[in-house]
Design a protein around this ligand. Sequence first.
Ligand SMILES: Cc1cc2nc3c(=O)[nH]c(=O)nc-3n(C[C@H](O)[C@H](O)[C@H](O)COP(=O)(O)OP(=O)(O)OC[C@H]3O[C@@H](n4cnc5c(N)ncnc54)[C@H](O)[C@@H]3O)c2cc1C
Length: 339
Amino acid sequence: MNNFEYQQATTSVEAINLIENHDGSRFLAGGTNLIDLWKYNITNPTELIDINRIAELSEIRELENGGLRLGAGFKNADTAYHPVVEQKYPLLSKAILAGASAQIRNMASNGGNLLQRTRCYYFYDPEVPCNKRVPGSGCPAKEGYNRIHAILGASEHCIAVFPSDMCVALTALDAVVNVAGPEGNRSINFADFHRLPDDRPDLDNNLKPHELIVSIDLPEKGFAANYSYLKLRDRHSYAFALVSVATALELDGDTIKEARIALGGVAHKPWRSAEAEDFLRGKIANAESFALAADIILSGATGYGHNDFKIKLAKRAIVRNGLMALNPESQLPGAQPSA
Ligand SMILES: Cc1cc2nc3c(=O)[nH]c(=O)nc-3n(C[C@H](O)[C@H](O)[C@H](O)COP(=O)(O)OP(=O)(O)OC[C@H]3O[C@@H](n4cnc5c(N)ncnc54)[C@H](O)[C@@H]3O)c2cc1C
């Protein structure tokens, strides 16, 4: 039996005060990842601070700068089906609907999605070493069964990948994460929110202790005309990505004015290559250009045996998704949601 205390916060300030004053406290949003980790004995909170009643976290509203603010407590399903998201940011809608199941998306919050933990088998097994779970204990995945693991940005200490779909689209869209904490409020560019493992794989992101994610801002530009999210996985639904690609294009006829390509399932954070995106500027939007961009993105890719196939898979996915982004008709928001 795990004994724990339970508190409900109604404001961000109250939530931060509560978490600061109790070692072992954790924020509780939808609980779809936290409770699983608890059941597996990966985390053992002594107090839960329920943040579901904080009004500020539940809002979704258009910003004066033309962007959209997504509350951290707003649910994944409500976000994906929100009319402004569907019309202006269909890439985000499609990425969210490619994740988990309808039931989980109804519970899962936007903030919790950013903070979900890796699905590395070794991380989930407390009987084996794992540098992410117990720093310094080792990484059996490197020599072990590593079919789902990283091909980019890994370190000798960890080859786990970050599993979110939503965050791949948020990376491509240049979202900004607004957080509140004991030292005040700050905003973090999405590209800087998650981190590579280096020698601290126990740290997934750059949040400071006791910080609360309040909201996520989308800039005005939503790439609604030319976008695509492609998720390749072992099962069509209810499975994490082996490789996913979010592509957003701004075109002038056949010519690429701006390209954004973010990959999921390949690294400890959603992966973007400024070099590849610069390369695509001014190029004709065709399979050849996307293939050359894929070569740039994957130039440093390394497999660990079982996951070697991901390098070829990622290249093909980048090309296919680039071509799919040219045909927005096939990208209707909400089309083919995961079961
Ligand atoms: C079977 C299954 C399949 C799944 N498949 C997919 C998939 O294919 N793609 C995908 O992207 N996701 C998938 N998910 C993950 C799912 O999207 C996440 O579990 C969910 O988004 C987490 O949100 P939550 O609100 O439930 O977070 P919680 O479980 O409540 O919290 C997760 C973590 O975030 C912290 N936290 C939550 N909110 C905040 C906040 N505002 N500020 C600071 N800390 C906070 C909590 O303390 C906890 O540490 C799957 C999950 C399950 C169980």
